[in-house]
Write a protein that binds this ligand. Structure first.
Ligand code: F6R
Length: 234
């Protein structure tokens, strides 16, 4: 794991941008993308740039079950707002949170990922060590699946909703098995509330209790952290 410590999120955005730029220069075709507050500074750098993704493919990690893509807290909406409206890709996939048949939806998503192998996967990190919505206890070889969000994730995401009751209880997530097949992985984390998960991910045992610890088994992972997020690494 290559760890890059940055001053703040703005600086992290620039470092992340450079990694996207380098991936493009190396002919990356498929970009795995994340939502949440962490990637926003990278997306800001991308939208302000002249990089061209119009013949590239993006595949997002996850989506809340039960939210339409037009809902302002859906991850489809987030991606349109923060990236795709300004920086269109040829095709941009996000799981369909309104799919009536969730088994068919997860199968469709896995086929998509198989047809478009990921070149670069961008990840945020949950305070409980989740990546995507692969919560603690999730098997490392799992494919796309429907997840019952943990109370800690629901509480962490309540800040985006009017109240905690409005946070969807389930989500569809790309599996750890697919994330690990990405050629390159970029994980970003900022702030004191990620410090424990960062230390466990980097130095702890590889265990399903800390889903992100599986990244120790990948040979091309870059981690961008600010000083607070790095503060519990020994
Ligand atoms: C989002 C995702 C989640 C977030 C994580 C951190 O698509 O898959 O794993 O990356 O919950 O969220 P933030 O960045 O809001 O702290």
């Amino acid at each position: 794991m290559k760890i890059i410590e940055v001053q703040d999120e703005q600086a992290g955005g620039k470092v992340g941008f450079d990694i996207f730029k380098e991936a493009l220069a190396n002919d990356a075709q498929v970009f795995g993308l994340a939502t949440g507050s962490t990637p926003i500074s990278i997306y800001n750098e991308l939208t302000a740039s002249d990089l061209d993704f119009s013949d590239k493919i993006s595949i997002n990690l996850d989506e809340y079950q039960g939210l339409a893509g037009t809902h302002d807290q859906s991850y489809r909406y987030f991606m349109d707002e923060h990236l795709f409206n300004q920086k269109p890709f040829k095709e941009s996939y996000v799981p369909n949170g309104l799919a009536e048949d969730m088994d068919a939806e997860t199968t469709r998503y896995d086929r998509l990922i198989a047809d478009h192998p990921l070149d670069l996967q961008l990840l945020g990190l949950g305070q409980n060590g989740h990546i995507g919505f692969n919560e603690p206890g999730t098997p490392f070889d799992i494919q796309t699946h429907v997840v019952d969000l943990t109370p800690s994730t629901i509480a962490a995401n309540a800040r985006f909703f009017a109240s905690e009751d409005d946070v969807p209880r389930r989500a569809i997530s790309m599996g750890i098995g697919s994330i690990m097949k990405s050629k390159k992985i970029l994980l970003v984390a900022y702030g004191e509330n990620k410090a424990q998960a960062i230390a466990a991910m980097v130095e702890g045992p590889v265990t399903t209790d800390v889903p992100a610890s599986v990244l120790q088994n990948h040979d091309d992972v870059t981690i961008i952290v600010d000083r607070s997020a790095a503060s519990k690494i020994k």
